[in-house]
Design a protein around this ligand. Structure first.
Ligand code: 4NP
Length: 156
């Protein structure tokens, strides 16, 4: 069976995309589909390269049984566009920047992550970095809904 490769992208790769990576990995494991999916996350910015996820993201995820340990921030690389099948942006700004970077033949892979959560009114996962804990909870709610939609899409 072929492997589906998914890259989650935000700005810093320390809050939203690590939560998306952890949440999606958790769901995939629950379904016993680890061998069918390759998952990673990256940032469009380089400020936090090499750092673990933000401790608020790690704590909020842990409360939901989701483990972010072992993740380390990296920047999006040119070869990501070739390698991954889905390149999923957390907000419009990341989406636009990814489209700008993507070679024409791979642009179709770049989408807004929340397009997989059509029942949610939001189209973007808001950046929780400068806010309080509630922002992380809200981001996780959105990420969880889109992760379920994405898993449905790739297992259809
Ligand atoms: P993220 O959050 O894109 O969800 O990882 C941010 C983390 C850091 C910064 C901005 C957003 N920053 O400007 O350092």
């Amino acid at each position: 069976m072929s492997t589906t490769k998914i890259l989650f992208v935000c700005l810093g790769n320390i809050c939203r995309s690590p939560m998306a990576e952890g949440t999606f990995r958790h769901l995939v494991k629950e379904q016993g589909l680890e061998d069918r999916v390759e998952i990673d996350s990256a940032g469009t910015g380089a400020w936090h390269v090499g750092e673990p996820p933000d401790r608020r993201a790690t704590a909020a995820a842990r409360h939901r049984g989701i483990d972010l340990s072992g993740q380390k921030a990296r920047k999006v690389r040119p070869d990501d566009f070739e390698h991954y099948d889905y390149i999923l942006a957390m907000d419009q700004e990341n989406h636009m920047n990814l489209l700008r970077m993507a070679p024409d033949e791979h642009r179709h892979k770049v989408e807004l992550f929340l397009s997989y959560a059509p029942d949610q009114p939001e189209r973007e996962v808001p950046d929780p970095y400068y806010g309080g804990d509630q922002g992380f909870e809200h981001a996780l709610d959105l990420v969880e809904a889109a992760s379920r939609g994405l898993l449905d899409e790739i297992t259809r």
